[in-house]
Ligand binder design. Structure first.
Ligand code: K7E
Ligand code: CUA
Ligand code: CA
Length: 648
């Protein structure tokens, strides 16, 4: 056990332009998306209304915004944390904002040589192993990260991040900034969107996150379906328990899931669908003019599970309820509602005023605004046509992907093909949609460098959206950084959104692939800097407990570290022994971390103050091996060693 996984109490740490006239894209979008080229970055459609909105990089800009400077002086602390998806590196990046300084990376799905993630027994238990003890997976593709809520704001307990390749969800404890659980979802492939709920739909006393929803993008054959019978492939929407990290239930759906979002009242979760066609080839996936935004009635789904109205699939014991269109025609019993939205939408985001879900068009130059109250009315049998829940469907530009909010009624949507950020006013868009053609909903446009994907703003996905800083993950940097071979850095841009006009403040190069992130006030987390010995059942609590004990071929080596020495200056084992080495760091001063590496044995890990870790290996190479401290800890750091003698 890495540390106790007692539930973190939710109350413990919490403190406080005219629209374009372009019509739906067809072949043009296809060319732009499929052949994502640098030409697409620079070929600005001539109708893009505000390509001149700013001169990116102009030095005068740096001083214009009202949110403050990004150039913090040495020793100055950032005011926000950012939790960033690491992309292919399978970890979570932690940034300070507005400086954009990277503070740490939290390993989750992929081994990490600094902390020994994937090396120690504790991390292997979290990551999952094969019967021979090797890691089950060593690659990952993280996209989305979100944190736990209380009363509509982050409560500093947990964050979650997905691995699309192997359909895993990892939980990060925000007290120690470590991954403590990973769950692999059954019955799905291409787990992509992820979002925690914000309160319980039935019990108002549960005003914090207890579920995390996971959307699966790829349809796969169910038992009894032919492998190539792609029209019968299905995907699922999964609910994971925020505490146990077990999969509570899944919903079998028509079409697919992409991104996910949840309502502030806890009643609904949503996912956008770009493949209502159930296509197996991309041409098929874009054959229909409209796709859907799918809503899940959480209370009804859980009632159905409770009433036993589910089946299970294959070897999985997870209850699967039927969320297909056919089974959910009657609104008063429906578990799901399929709201029709334009062709191949991408992100879906809940507005901080708690009223709307916004679905970005991707292949359509529009954003669709869906009113939560109206979807609930439909479920109650009070709204005849579900389509009437759409209160706006307005043009914003080419390739809209993701939307952030400033808490002042404005939405900020990335336009992948236009390489722009568009700021638009949601209520004005609703008026425009209702027929008031004088309602000017586009407020501002800003050129980005280049082809942006995710966007988020400070506190944007909470009721405390503060409208100060906004970051964008651009998929291309083109010529903005020194070249480093064929693979260019990608570009994350920081924008001041405190005023009417958006102001670009900084570029940050990033190794691929930037996806989702959240930005929140620093006082919302209270990281602990020293562990408690008792957090670890196997802790070596006193240097005097150190030593080697033998049980047949199994040998246990207990050792402690206290600068500048390990408790055992040497230890002996025999060739062929299965050695379990347990190391407790008895230093209790913050940041007094030691490392422990054994040459030729592929072992390296660190122990933080009062932390315990263990490794198990076969002593298959006889000889002398200088185990040494890898983390500079003391003037005698280089002398901090222990000698492992493996007798032949
Ligand atoms: Cu748009 Cu995987 Cu969130 Cu990336 S997805 S951009
Ligand atoms: Cu201990 Cu370096
Ligand atoms: Ca489609």
């Amino acid at each position: 056990m890495p540390y106790k996984t007692t539930p973190l109490s939710p109350s413990a740490s919490a403190t406080e332009a005219a629209p374009s006239r372009r019509r739906f894209l067809n072949t043009a979008a296809l060319a732009g998306l499929a052949g994502v080229s640098l030409a697409a970055c620079s070929d600005k459609p001539e109708s893009a209304p505000a390509a001149k909105a700013s001169a990116p990089g102009a030095s005068s800009q740096a001083d214009e915004g009202g949110a403050g400077t990004v150039h913090l002086k040495p020793g100055e602390l950032d005011t926000y944390y950012g939790l960033w998806s690491g992309g292919h590196t399978g970890d979570m990046r932690v940034l300070g904002l507005p400086s954009g300084r990277e503070l740490t990376r939290i390993p989750c799905f992929v081994p990490d040589a600094l902390v020994g993630w994937g090396i120690t027994n504790e991390s292997k238990a979290v990551m999952g192993t094969r019967p021979d003890g090797s890691l089950k997976y060593t690659v990952a593709d993280t996209h989305h990260t979100h944190a736990s809520y209380k009363d509509g704001d982050y409560d500093g307990r947990y964050a979650w991040i997905n691995d699309k390749i192997n359909s895993r969800i990892a939980r990060i404890r925000l007290d120690y900034f470590v991954c403590d659980k990973i769950t692999e979802l059954p019955n799905v492939q291409g787990f992509h969107g992820i979002f925690p709920d914000k309160r319980d739909p039935v019990d108002p006393a549960i005003n914090y996150t207890t579920r995390v929803f996971c959307g699966a993008e790829f349809g796969i054959p169910l038992p009894g379906t032919g492998l190539e019978d792609d029209k019968a492939y299905r995907s699922m929407f999964s609910c994971v328990d925020a505490e146990t990290m077990e999969v509570r239930w899944q919903v079998l759906i028509d079409g697919n899931c992409d991104l996910a979002a949840t309502s502030y009242d806890g009643k609904l979760a949503a996912t956008n669908q770009y493949n209502v066609e159930n296509g197996a080839r991309y041409e098929d996936m874009m054959s229909a003019e409209r796709d859907a935004c799918l809503f899940f009635n959480i209370a009804r789904i859980e009632a159905a599970v409770k009433a036993g109205k589910f089946k299970t699939i294959g070897s999985s014991k997870v209850p699967v309820v039927d969320g297909t269109r056919e089974a959910n025609k009657d609104p008063r019993t429906a578990l799901t509602a399929y709201v029709s939205v334009p062709k191949n939408p991408h992100g879906v985001n809940a507005s901080p005023d708690q009223k709307y879900f916004i679905c970005a068009g991707k292949l359509s130059p529009t954003c669709t605004v869906i009113e939560l109250a109206k979807v609930l009315d439909w479920f109650d049998g009070k709204l005849e046509k579900l389509d009437a829940a759409i209160v706006a469907e307005v043009e914003v530009g080419l390739g809209p992907l993701h939307t952030a909010f400033d808490g002042r009624g404005n939405a900020y949507t990335t336009l992948f093909l236009d390489s722009q950020l568009v700021k638009w006013n949601v209520e004005a868009a609703i008026k425009f949609h209702a027929g008031d053609k004088n309602a000017k909903y586009v407020v501002d446009r800003l050129d980005l460098q280049y082809q942006p994907g995710h966007v988020n703003a400070s506190q944007s996905e909470t009721v405390k959206a503060d409208g100060k800083w906004l970051a964008v993950g651009c998929k291309f940097s083109k010529d903005r950084f020194l070249p480093v071979g064929p693979l260019h850095a990608e570009n994350e841009q920081l924008i001041d959104i405190s005023g009417e006009k958006m102001v670009l403040k900084a570029d940050h190069p990033v190794r691929g692939e930037p996806h989702d992130f959240i930005i929140f006030k620093r006082e919302l987390v209270r990281p602990k800097q020293v562990y408690a010995l008792d957090d670890f059942p196997n802790a070596v609590k006193d240097a005097k407990e150190s030593g080697v004990t033998r049980n047949g071929r199994k040998v246990t080596v207990k050792i402690t570290s206290q600068a500048p020495a390990f408790s055992l200056r040497e230890f002996k084992v025999k060739k062929g022994d299965e050695v379990t080495l347990i190391l407790t760091n008895l230093d209790k001063i913050e940041d007094l971390t030691h490392g422990f590496a054994i040459p030729k044995y592929n072992i390296n890990f660190i122990v933080n103050p009062l932390e315990t870790k263990s490794v198990t290996f076969i002593a298959d190479q006889p000889g002398v091996f200088w185990a040494y401290c890898t983390h500079f800890c003391h003037a005698l750091h280089l002398e901090m060693r222990s000698r492992m003698i493996v007798e032949a």
